[in-house]
Design a protein around this ligand. Structure first.
Ligand code: HEM
Length: 457
């Protein structure tokens, strides 16, 4: 058996390790990878260890193993506060597979095509308020776009008081974790104290309750209306039945909807800010993209944009260099398991590290450089390139996220000449459990371009 190595931090110094994980998450991973290689064991003295895995062969063995060998829901415990006990993120085994089968179709095939024009229209509406010469916080806008898209997909809602309230409350709720400091709430349970609206946790719980009430009101109204002709995800879930023929309860519906709302917009909003940053930080990239967009047939449909090779490569490289989720969900073996000659005890938290795999220089030469061309020159296996995780828990929204990235970028680039207000390199920072560009990244619209976005014709 091969021995696992990793840092041996004395108990009283462990808090500093966690603080580094929160405030300098990528340095934390890279320092350990340099010292301990592609299987890094953390802890393990009194309880099963955490193991960061960045060896593609080991990741392949994890992703392709029988899903029944692992649990993940238990490892996602901290997200329970956001999404509830019945969320897909919390489930394992057959209940998890059943919910996935139910939730996947709205994010694929023809249903995805329906979102194309919607994404372009929403981008136009949201950017209509941009004024030439006036700097803007770009994240505010990417988040507004992705939130509107997911609300439409999930509820079919795009106007009305409940929709406006939901938009506002969801943005405020997620702002609770928008900096490394506020993200500490997720890492230290003892900080989660409900001292009313003046304490961060108390405020968070109140917001969550208000959102829950709005979602319950919407569910009740939809049950009363019983309109099965609608194509949104809530309608689909309302008609679902389990093996006993029973419908989902309001609580179950709420948890699943909340999961999609949260997982479905924060991540894509961050990815869009990164993409806009790289495109404007590297003028060659922007130039090549504009040239490619000009080749589009003016009558083309949004799906033609999604097939553009260079635009696709830019989105892929954006998600490679700073993957939004630095690791996949944890995989916890239910009984002892051997992977690549290493023996893991039951309860070990195996964490395929997306960031470390994406920065292996044997797979991605010059990994710190943003080079979309690498995706035009070679194909990567799902164990070398995994921004959406893999196996039985692979992100169900990956196709929507990529479509959204491409259409939003094409629409913005066709309509505005943008610039960064500051050309210094930007460092990624923690945002809850994800890694994102700093929320204060500013861009300025230099001028409106004459070119109409092809998707809008
Ligand atoms: C750029 C955007 C996104 C990124 C980078 C991303 C990334 C991920 C990752 C890494 C996972 C964990 C997979 C694993 O452990 O193997 C995941 C799971 C998930 N994602 Fe995404 N995601 C994005 C967008 C979306 C969207 C748009 C939705 C929309 C509905 C979504 C819904 C989910 C759900 C429900 C899961 C849990 C799947 C399960 O437990 O079976 N994500 N995502």
């Amino acid at each position: 058996m091969k021995p696992l190595t990793g840092p041996r931090t004395p108990r009283f110094l462990r808090i500093f390790r966690i603080i580094k994980l929160i405030f300098r998450p990528l340095d934390y991973l890279e320092n350990y990878a340099q010292r301990y290689g592609d299987m890094i064991k953390i802890g393990g003295d009194n309880a099963p260890p955490f193991v960061y895995v960045s060896n593609p062969q080991a990741i392949k063995e994890i992703f392709t193993a029988d899903p029944e060998l692992f649990e993940s829901g238990r490892g996602n415990g901290v997200l329970r506060y956001l999404v509830g006990d019945n969320s897909l993120l919390m489930l394992d085994g057959e209940p998890h597979q059943r919910q996935r089968r139910l939730l996947m179709p709205p994010f694929h095939g023809d249903r995805l095509r329906e979102y194309g024009q919607l994404i372009c229209d929403i981008t136009e509406t949201v950017t209509a308020e941009w004024t030439v010469g006036q700097p803007l916080l770009i994240r505010t806008y990417t988040q507004e776009i992705t939130l509107r898209v997911i609300l439409q997909a999930v509820f079919g809602l795009n106007q009305g008081e409940r929709y406006t309230q939901l938009r506002h409350l969801l943005s405020t709720l997620l702002a609770a974790f928008d900096s490394p400091l506020s993200s500490t709430l997720l890492f230290f349970p003892w900080l989660r104290q409900d001292w009313g609206a003046w304490s961060p946790w108390g405020r968070f719980l109140q917001l969550k309750q208000q959102i829950k009430q709005l979602i319950f009101d919407e569910i009740r109204e939809r049950r009363e209306q019983g309109d099965e002709s609608r194509t949104d995800i809530l309608t689909l879930l309302l008609s679902a039945r389990d093996e006993a023929g029973d419908p989902m309860t309001d609580e179950e519906l709420h948890d699943q909807l909340m999961t999609l709302l949260i997982a479905g917009h924060e991540t894509t909003a961050s990815a869009l800010v990164w993409a806009l940053y790289w495109i404007h930080y590297l003028p060659d990239v922007r130039q090549k993209l504009l040239e490619e967009l000009e080749t589009l047939d003016a009558e083309g449909d949004p799906m033609a944009i999604s097939r553009l090779p260079y635009l696709t490569a830019v989105c892929q490289e954006t998600l490679r260099i700073y993957p939004i989720a630095p690791s996949t969900f944890i995989r916890i073996p239910k009984s002892p398991i051997e992977i690549m000659g290493y023996q893991f005890e039951a309860g070990t938290a195996l964490m395929p590290s997306i960031y470390l795999v994406h920065h292996r220089d044997d797979i991605y030469p010059q990994p710190k450089q943003f080079k979309p061309e690498r995706f035009l020159e070679r194909q990567y296996s799902p164990y070398e390139y995994l921004p959406f995780g893999g196996g039985n828990r692979r992100c169900i929204g990956s196709a929507l996220a990529l479509l959204e990235m491409k259409l939003v970028l094409a629409t913005i680039l066709s309509q505005f000449e943008l610039a960064l207000t500051d050309n210094r390199p930007v460092k990624p920072m923690r945002r809850g459990l994800t890694i994102a560009p700093p929320g204060n990244l500013r861009m300025v619209p230099k001028q409106r371009r004459q070119q109409k976005a092809p998707a809008m014709v």
